[in-house]
Ligand binder design. Sequence first.
Ligand code: BTN
Length: 269
Amino acid sequence: MSDCLIDPVRLSALLGAGRGRFDVVALPECDSTNAVLLQQSASAPSGRVIVADRQTAGRGRRGRVWHSAPADTLTFSLLWRLANEPARIAGLSLAVGVAVAQALEHCGVAGVALKWPNDVLLGASGAGKLGGILIELASDRAATAAIIGIGLNLHQPPAADGFGLPAAALDAAGPVPERHVLLAALLDALACTLDRFVAGGFAAVRDDWQSRHVWQERPVRLLGDSTTTDSAVVEGRCLGADSDGALLLALPDGRIERYLVGDVSLRAA
Ligand code: BTN
C-alpha cells in the first residue's frame, strides 16, 4: 500500500495504450519533479515518471515558481528519450499540450483549450490557466532525454498563479476525475502523442493543436522578457503554430512573422 496520493500498482492497472511503457515512482515530497528526473537522466529508463504530492520548489517557465498543494494539484514529470534532431524538439511542449487536452477530454472535461507555447486553459474563451508544461532537456551524443513536467490544478489552490492569466481548476468544470484515472489517461495520451511526435515531429499533431488553439485568428500581443516587466514587442493576428511549433503572427503590414519558443509570452490584445 502506497503512503502517497498515487499508488503505482493501482495506476498501472488503469493504463491502456501506455501499459508497460512507464516506470512510475510516487514521492510524498520533493523540490521539483523535473529537478529529480534531471538528476536521474543519465541512468533512468525512458518512461520513468516522478509524481509528487508536494513540490517545495516547483519550477515554471521563465524561472517562475509553480505552486502545488497535495490533493489540490497533480504534478508529475516524465523522462522520454527522443531521437529527433534538436531543431525538431522545439514543438514538443505544444505536442504535450495536445496529449494533456486529449486526456482531459477523455475524462469528460469540456472546454479545454491550448495557448502557445505551453499553457492548458479552461473555460469560455480560455478564461483561466488550468495547467502548465515545462520541458527541460538533458542531451548526450546518442540522444536527447526530454524531461516533460506537467502541473494541473484539480481544485483551486490558495497560492495558484496563472502567470498573467487567472488560475483555473478542474473543479470549475464539473466532477474532478479520480487522480489515478486522470494520470492513467494522461500517460496513455502521452504515449500515443510522443510516438507521433518522434515519427513526424510537431507537424504530425499540428491539426490537433490548432483545433484547440484559444486565440486562432484573434488579435494578440507578444511580450518580450525584460527581467522586471514584460515589454510589448509586437501585435498582430494570431495564426497559430507553424509545422515546427513556431508561433505565426500576421502583422498589420501584411507580413507573416515566425516566433520561436523562447523568452516571449503571448497575451490577448
Ligand atoms: C509553466 O506554466 O510555466 C510550467 C509549469 C510546469 C509545472 C510542472 S509541475 C511538475 C513539473 N515539476 C516542476 O518543477 N515543474 C513542472
